[in-house]
Design a protein around this ligand. Sequence first.
Ligand code: 16G
Ligand code: ZN
Length: 539
Amino acid sequence: MATLNEIPILKLAEVHAKPKGHQMSYGTAGFRGNASGMDHVFFRMGMLAVLRSKLVKATIGVMVTASHNPEHDNGVKLIDPHGEMLTQSWEELATSLANVTNDELIKEMKKIVDSQNIELTNEASVFIARDTRPSSLALSQAVLDGATALGATCKNYGLLTTPQLHHIVACYNDGNHNVNEEQYYQHYANAFKALLNEKPVGSSVTVDCANGVGAPKLVKLAEHIGVNIIDIVVHNNGQSGKLNENCGADYVKVQQRAPVGLNMEPDHRYASFDGDADRLVYYTLDSDCNFVLLDGDKIAALFAVYIKELLHKADINVRLGVVQTAYANGSSTNYISTEENIEVACAQTGVKHLHKVATAFDIGVYFEANGHGTVTVKDDCLKKIGAAANRDKKLQEQKLAANKLTAFLDVVNQTIGDAMSDLLAVEAILQDKGWSIRDWSCIYTELPNRQAKVKVADRTVIETTDAERKVTKPTALQPAIDKVVAEYPCGRSFVRPSGTEDVVRVYAESDTQENTDKLAKRVSLLVYELAGGVGEKPQ
Ligand code: 16G
Ligand code: ZN
């Protein structure tokens, strides 16, 4: 049994020393915070990736990004062998390792090695990539230092979107050792063209890339597809604007308005990515020039119904389901489950939770309302679809549908929500159905909704159950919410402690915007009063 080679670790740990008192936790999607003072966290996550790689005997990914957060923030997340997010049981290990002092570092690492039974003589391989934040270059170097301090073989891919790194890690561990960025474009461009059957997409689509890494990558993807097939116009490409400032998927979804600098025209298709291109929302203007948002719920509905129709046409019987969170608009849930008769499940906020629930279905479509989502397919289900495409007895029309479904599932990045691949999937469906963005938008009408946040002394006093739809603590809160909600037609409201910010989040929906705003305010006030609100009372 080998031991840790302490000297190089300690030497580099001095270079990446932890500032006094700095504490962080591995949140919903890794560590995230102001980039200054986080250098040690990146160094230590480089080391943790090596330990994980030695344990699972596969390549681990490390992505340097803070997604839709402001430019001055940064973050780091680990990617497990099949391209999924770091297994939850390791989040605690990550948190402890990030928070010990430099003096306790070796002891903490040994603790991890012992508790996990890690064989240190095993080889390790770590893939690293980063977004375009000014701090990302130096922080990805800190990850590299950490990984090399423990003797791993490292590949630094430089600038990538988060889903690109997930894709590369998954393919590599699946035995494709030549996988690289170029192959990513080839894969999705070819899959898209196959799905379209080389028929061009009629009109252009304008994509706000949040001034982030999605911009140069989308340009490359578009080049691989060819402008004769689809005309993608990139907006907010990072040449002048600031990352995520008044632009990007989060801004558009929350503000329900166009990103900076975009002069919208009625009926044109617009889309926004977030800063690391794992979220996608669409929007347009109606003929009265009202802003119309098509968020993650609408993308999920579009995907699910398309898959359902193809399964039906191909005469394939598998279990299809949609996974949403409590944030999904009530109308979307109603449309998918009642009108389209597709199973709907609800998961806790955070991609890892949705992903897990989705994989229980043969085909699982999962989306958060904020635009993060994808489709998962079980291997034997894929085989079943492939067999249907080739079966002699099948009618030509059934074979065609099975082929189309295979092509569609090839266009989506099954490892994680991917704004680029989701964009192609939406474009292909609209093209296939001959739908305008207006047709798509009309499949159901959202209930007016409002999100708010409340500051409390300690947000952990709020505990929830039933996929965050009900509060269990403080005990007086849920009955009080129920009573208020009952006063509003189609009323629904829930509260949950944020996993990324020191606030309690409040969601409300009901029949009119005026009622919804009142409901959100009254529930916010209940949180303030019953869960230790601080500062100004909610207005
Ligand atoms: C993170 C999650 C996102 C979730 C959000 C909730 C991933 C990759 N990202 O951004 O899915 O919606 O956190 O934030 O899992 P909140 O807990 O602050 O509301
Ligand atoms: Zn993101």
